[in-house]
Design a protein around this ligand. Structure first.
Ligand code: NAP
Length: 315
């Protein structure tokens, strides 16, 4: 069992998410009072994936909290791509819909790229459309994916000066890794991107003052990957249920996590080994309670931004 002293300061997402949502709520209220206009987010879900259902519920709930109107379009698993494209076209055309997102993953057989490409970039509050990815890559961002955007807010909230840091992002997905690297570059970090073909990952990540793990492998980033005192941001959300794995990941805190496993069947762990990282890193985001909370808050902020940009001349 690991009994090392915890050194890393936790970077909690809750106060940052609460502040962002409060700011959005106040602006939405102001928009309603001054212009009689309430922003609207449309969320399209296809099929019955239970995780997607939870994510969509959270998005609808957050919208209610901040006063954004939301529409949830639940479509059957059997829908074909042409019908789904028709639904997107009609939401694109509706003047009262400001933000539009399609919850991923889509059922097999539907080409996600074609669906994302069909969303009007002006309503693309997830920031996944090639126009928005391109704008970000050119240093002229409009809509940026919510998870990396939330990480920048978290760093800013904690007074972390990104400029000049050696930053390493592990993962190059369109949703997290790539936009994260772009945002850090924009904030003048020196950025390295790692992926599954990186040779000697630990040798690269150990050079980082700021390490972002967006991999999807429970606890892959261990002590040997982390520079002493580094800021470690753990994006991963993985389920673990094996007792041995829970003990290896959580050290002294394993008993509490095993209680969670007994109740729920699993506990959530990030891509960073929390017990090892806590002993080496200077700051560390917890899982749960870190980055995950920020994603939905940033979606609210992006939806408000879409409404402001679309209605600029009218308001
Ligand atoms: P993804 O699309 O599967 O991408 C994973 C990336 O990790 C890929 O670029 C892959 O490299 C790289 N990778 C895989 N194994 C590796 C290894 N052994 N060494 C180095 N790199 C490796 O995943 P994602 O959508 O970015 O999500 C990553 C994690 O974040 C997941 O756990 C996901 O659940 C979580 N997530 C959380 C939030 C949140 O709100 N907290 C939001 C989004 C995602 P290749 O490109 O070479 O395959």
């Amino acid at each position: 069992m690991i009994t090392e002293k915890i050194k890393a300061r936790p970077l909690d997402g809750a106060p940052v998410a609460a502040r962002i949502k409060e700011e959005v709520r106040a602006e939405v209220e102001q928009m309603v009072q001054a212009h009689g206009y309430r922003p609207c987010l449309a969320v399209v879900r296809v099929g019955e994936d239970p995780a997607s259902a939870v994510y969509v519920r959270n998005k609808v709930k957050a919208s209610e909290e901040v006063g954004i109107r939301s529409e949830h379009l639940a479509l059957p698993e059997t829908i074909d791509a042409a019908e789904l494209l028709d639904q997107i076209k009609s939401l694109n055309a509706r003047d009262d819909v400001d933000g539009l997102l399609v919850q991923l993953p889509l059922p097999r057989g539907i080409d996600e790229t074609a669906i994302i490409d069909a969303i009007n970039p002006e309503k693309d509050v997830d920031g996944f459309h090639p126009v928005n990815a391109g704008r970000l890559a050119m240093g002229r961002p409009v809509f940026v994916p919510c998870t990396p955007l939330g990480i920048i807010e978290l760093l800013d909230y904690n007074g972390i000066d990104i400029r000049g840091l050696n930053a390493c992002v592990v993962g190059r997905s369109q949703i997290v890794g790539r936009p994260m690297a772009q945002l850090l570059l924009q904030r003048d970090a020196t950025v390295t991107i790692c992926h599954s073909r990186t040779r000697d990952l630990a040798a690269v990540t150990r050079g980082a003052d700021l390490l972002v793990a967006a991999i999807g492998r429970a606890g892959l980033i261990g002590r040997e990957h982390i520079k002493p005192g580094a800021i470690v941001i753990d994006v991963g959300m993985n389920k673990v249920s094996e007792e041995n794995e829970v003990r290896a990941l959580f050290g002294d805190a394993a008993e509490k996590r095993l209680d969670v496993v007994a109740k729920r069947g699993y506990t959530l762990v990030g891509d960073v080994n929390p017990a090892e990282a806590a002993a080496v890193a200077g700051m560390l985001t917890p899982v749960p309670g870190g980055v995950g909370l920020l994603t939905v808050a940033m979606l609210m902020k992006n939806t408000l931004k879409a409404a402001k940009l679309r209605k600029r001349s009218a308001l």
